[in-house]
Ligand binder design. Structure first.
Ligand code: NAD
Length: 477
C-alpha cells in the first residue's frame, strides 16, 4: 500500500458512510475479514499542492488523486473541481467507483480526483494552467496513464478539461501510442466517443425505467408500472441532471420540478427541460420560468409532489432533516452519495425505494470504458462491420422482395438495411449494461433473506465480484 499523504483536518463523514454501507452488506457475504478489509480500504491517497499565477501574484491550489482499489487495472474515476472538495470526499467517491465498476462489470479499479477551486472564479487560461499542472503532478507520481489510472469528468469539469489532460499527458509521453487512452470524456474530435456526454443521464433514465417497469414493486408503492406520466423532480441541471431530465421526458415521464443552487421551480403540468435550460442560460437563474412556481430555498423544491426524485447535484442532500418531507416514492440517485445512510433507512420505513448511486449513475463509466477500448484499439466502433452489415441486409431484402414479389418503400428499405453507427452501438451497450445490472441487483435484493435495500444488494454483488478478482490474482485463498 502506497500512502503518500493522507491527512485532512476537516471533519467529514462521507467515506465513513460508504464504509458503513459496505460493512452492513458484508454481513451477507462469507469472505474472510482480512479480504473484506482489503476491499474496503483506500490503497493510495495522493495529496498535493501547487502554485499558479493569478493576477499579479500566485495562488496555491490543493489537489488530490485517490486510487481506492488495484484489484483491476487501470483505476478509473472523475475529477471534481469544487471549493468543497476535501480528502474524505475524494476517498469516498473513489471507493464508490470501485463498487460501481464491479456492479456494471467494467474491468477497472476505483479512483477519484479533486481540485479545490470554484471554476467560475478563474479565467479559462487559469483553468488550463491548473489542469495542465495537475496532470503533470499526477504523471510524475505515476498516478496517470492508460494502464495505470484514467480520469474522467465529474462535478465542475467536462470535455475541455479532459482534452487539456490528454494533451499534457501525450506531450510528456512522446511515442506512447496509447497516450490518449489516459483520460475519457474527451471531445469527439480528440478521440472521444459518441454518446459519452449524455451517458450518465441516459443511464439514470434507463435505471428509473427498469425500476418502475416491475409491476409487483410498483404495486407495493401504490404506483402503476411504467414511466408514462410519472412525475419527476430533478435536482441539479448540470451534465447528469440535464440529461437525466431530458431522457426521462423522452421515455414518457413528466418533469414537474427542477432545483438548482439559486432556487427551484415547479409546475404540476410539466416543464420543458430545454426551455428551462435556455431560460437559465439567458437570465442567469432557474427562477421566474413562465408558468412555474418559484422556491427561493432550493431544498423546498425536493419536497414538492412527485413520484420520482432524481438528486443529481452533490452528496448529503437527503438527510434526517428533510427525508420525512419528501413526497416521492422512488429516489433514483444521479449524484454520488446524495442520501445519508440514516435518511435511507427512514425512506424505506416510509415505504419508498432507492435506486442507488453506484448503479444508477454507472452509465458514465460504462461509456468511458467503451471510449478507452476505442482509444486502445485505435478504431472507432462500427468501422469494420458497418458496410458489411449493410451489404448483407441489402442482399437479404433483395432476396425476400424477389421471392415474395412485395416491394418495400425506400424508407422501409433504409431502416432495415442500415448498419449500426458508433452512437447506436454505444447506446446499445449502455442500455444492455443498465438493464442487466438492475435485474442482477434486484434478484439479490429479493432472494437474500435479510437484505433490506437495493443498495445493500448492490454492495453484496460488488463485494463478491471483487473478492473473486483477488482470489484470481492469487492474493487470497
Ligand atoms: P455538473 O458540474 O455538470 O453539474 C452539477 C449541477 O448541480 C450544477 O448545475 C450546479 O449548479 C448544481 N448544484 C450545485 N449545488 C446544488 C444544490 N445545492 N442544489 C441544486 N443544484 C445544485 O456536475 P455533474 O457532472 O452533473 O455531477 C453531478 C453529480 O453526479 C456528482 O455527484 C457527480 O459525482 C455525479 N456523477 C457524475 C458523472 C458524470 O459523468 N459527469 C458520472 C457519475 C456520477
Amino acid at each position: 500500500m502506497d500512502h503518500i499523504v493522507a491527512t485532512d483536518s476537516q471533519e467529514t463523514h462521507f467515506f465513513a458512510d460508504v464504509c458503513k454501507n459496505f460493512d452492513h452488506a458484508a454481513q451477507f457475504t462469507k469472505h474472510d475479514a482480512g479480504l473484506l478489509d482489503q476491499i474496503k480500504s483506500c490503497n493510495s491517497v495522493y495529496r498535493f499542492r501547487f502554485p499558479i499565477r493569478k493576477g499579479n501574484g500566485f495562488e496555491v491550489i490543493d489537489a488530490w488523486r485517490v486510487e481506492h482499489s488495484h484489484h483491476q487495472s487501470p483505476t478509473k474515476g472523475g475529477i471534481r473541481y469544487s471549493e468543497m472538495v476535501n480528502e474524505d470526499e475524494v476517498m469516498a467517491l473513489a471507493a464508490l467507483m470501485t463498487y460501481k465498476c464491479a456492479i456494471v462489470n467494467v474491468p477497472f479499479g476505483g479512483a477519484k480526483g479533486g481540485i479545490k477551486i470554484t471554476p467560475k472564479n478563474y479565467t479559462v487560461q487559469e483553468l488550463e494552467n491548473i489542469t495542465r499542472r495537475y496532470t503533470v503532478e499526477l504523471t510524475k507520481k505515476n498516478f496517470l496513464g492508460p494502464s495505470i489510472d484514467v480520469p474522467a469528468p465529474d462535478y465542475g469539469s467536462g470535455e475541455r478539461e479532459m482534452s487539456w489532460i490528454a494533451d499534457t499527458y501525450a506531450t510528456m509521453n512522446p511515442g506512447q501510442g496509447d497516450a490518449l487512452g489516459c483520460v475519457t470524456g474527451k471531445p469527439i474530435a480528440l478521440h472521444g466517443i459518441a454518446g459519452r456526454r449524455e451517458a450518465t443521464g441516459r443511464g439514470v433514465a434507463i435505471a428509473a425505467r427498469e425500476c418502475v417497469n416491475i409491476g409487483e414493486d410498483m404495486q407495493r408503492l401504490g404506483l402503476m408500472p411504467g414511466l408514462a406520466g410519472k412525475r419527476v423532480i430533478v435536482q441539479g441541471l448540470g451534465n447528469v441532471g440535464y440529461y437525466s431530465a431530458k431522457f426521462l421526458a423522452e421515455f414518457g415521464a413528466v418533469i414537474v420540478g427542477l432545483c438548482e443552487y439559486e432556487g427551484a421551480i415547479y409546475n404540476a403540468e410539466g416543464l420543458d427541460v430545454e426551455a428551462v435550460f435556455q431560460h437559465r442560460k439567458s437570465t442567469g437563474s432557474i427562477l421566474n420560468f413562465p408558468g412555474a412556481q418559484n422556491f427561493e430555498r432550493s431544498s423546498e423544491g425536493l419536497e414538492q409532489p412527485c413520484d420520482i426524485l432524481v438528486p443529481a447535484a452533490l452528496e448529503n442532500q437527503i438527510t434526517v432533516e428533510n427525508v420525512r418531507n419528501l413526497q416521492a416514492k422512488i429516489i433514483v440517485e444521479g449524484a454520488n452519495g446524495p442520501t445519508t445512510p440514516e435518511a435511507e433507512a427512514i425512506f424505506y420505513e416510509m415505504g419508498g425505494i432507492i435506486v442507488p448511486d453506484m448503479y444508477a449513475n454507472a452509465g458514465g463509466v460504462t461509456v468511458s470504458y467503451f471510449e478507452w477500448l476505442k482509444n486502445l484499439s485505435h478504431v472507432s466502433f462500427g468501422r469494420m462491420n458497418r458496410r458489411f452489415e449493410e451489404n448483407s441486409n441489402l442482399n437479404l431484402v433483395n432476396m425476400v422482395e424477389g421471392i415474395t414479389g412485395v416491394a418495400l418503400t425506400p424508407q422501409q428499405r433504409s431502416t432495415i438495411i442500415k448498419g449500426a453507427s458508433e452512437l447506436e452501438l454505444v447506446n446499445s451497450g449502455l442500455e444492455d449494461t443498465m438493464i442487466r445490472s438492475y435485474h442482477e441487483i434486484r434478484q439479490t435484493y429479493v432472494n437474500t433473506p435479510g437484505i433490506d435495500t437495493l443498495r445493500t444488494a448492490a454492495f453484496v454483488g460488488a463485494i463478491n465480484k471483487i473478492a473473486v478478482s483477488y482470489q484470481n490474482l492469487g492474493v487470497w485463498p
